[in-house]
Design a protein around this ligand. Sequence first.
Ligand code: SAH
Length: 459
Amino acid sequence: MEAPVAKNEYYDVIFEDLTHDGAGVAKIDGFPIFVPNGLPGEKAKVKVVKVKKGYGFGRLIELYEQSEDRIDAPCSIYKQCGGCQLQHIRYEGQLKAKYKHVKEVLARIGKIEHAIVHPVLGMKDPWRYRNKAQVPVGEREGGLVAGFYKERSHDIIDMDTCLIQKEMNDIVVQTVKEICEQYNIPAYNEQTHKGVLRHIMARYGATTKEVMVVLITRTEELPHKKKIIEAIIDRVPNVKSIVQNINPKRTNVIMGEETRVLWGSEYIYDYIGDVRFAISARSFYQVNPEQTKVLYDQAIAYANLTGEETVIDAYCGIGTISLFLAKKAKKVYGVEVVPEAIADAKRNAQLNGITNVEFAVGEAEVVIPKWYEQGVKVDCIVVDPPRKGCEESLLQTIIAMKPNRVVYVSCNPATLARDLRMLEDGGYKTMEVQPVDMFPHTMHVECVAKLELSCVHSK
Ligand code: SAH
């Protein structure tokens, strides 16, 4: 079918839908056009800027009628930054859009229509929630810039404040930038692969107020290292750990393999509920501490433990979910691929006097089949994989191990839906899905799903 629209032409449209990344969807003679910044119900003039097979892209030229959900984005750099996608939508509207997205993706990709999808659990105050900042550093005449990449480029724009960061992280990044500028530390240059300082990372323990500073450098050498450390200790409040991470590669991956403690501790502490966690520079730790509690409570509730069960926590990071599970189960096995995270996990078990948990370093899809071969029998498996979801072989192992219950924690509804389908085909039924808003103002949404072994297939 020939597209009923042409590039560079103008059209009057009404937006019918919103994509998960905050673009409005309008149909022109049935042909979908994606327009950033358009909201459902709005009437607008758009210019078509690209036509593909089956869909096109447009630019918003004029709004004739505004949605009730539209607000002025509070952040002054919202349009250039790209870190948030939904600030122009009232928070309740964001939650509704995320709910709709989860429901649609589960149905379309996973053919999961029978499960109860609960309304998204949002935050009372959805600002200043991030406990970690990772900021690229560049150079301009007369100094350093630290901020964000301009949309679709690698030009770095300076940033004083980020409204979804804890205030402390803003202060830490600014202060460390000033200190490095004072000692003329050259910023890393992606084009020439020269220079030293690549990123400044700040991590903040929201309950303990402890601060970690990570300087990510291309080189092992950090000029004026002693002076820089002294200045950070002097000027950054509550700093407990100063760490250098060395990343000599030409890559977009932020951290390298080698981490050196420059001063203080290798980790900082934080609490989730009454459990205390040590977190080191390279370990994964949820970025929204307030909502993490909400997410974990839901995961633990779905696991429905009585104290008699053996449980696996796959992709366990520093053992956060494992330790909450361990308080309610007989035995917990945790597995995670980053060795530093497992070192943290073991330390965290000790720190909290928890002894019924065992941690292993490795890929979940390699380690769990080994446990299965060794005769480990489990009542419940919790998985919390990265965005790409679980390996098919892991899902097959879960199906073979036949735990009564699977709890799937996911930061990507599309791979969640794909994996739920595979588990359903293997005899599980998705009972409930609880989305949790871990990342307000961004397009991301976290979900916890509860699956039960269907009677037909049960052991
Ligand atoms: N459950 C933890 C971590 C979730 S993030 C928490 O809530 O904090 C996902 C974790 O999976 C990361 O720590 C990452 O290092 C780890 N990971 C990625 N691929 C993996 C794999 N194939 N096997 C085991 N762990 C993996």
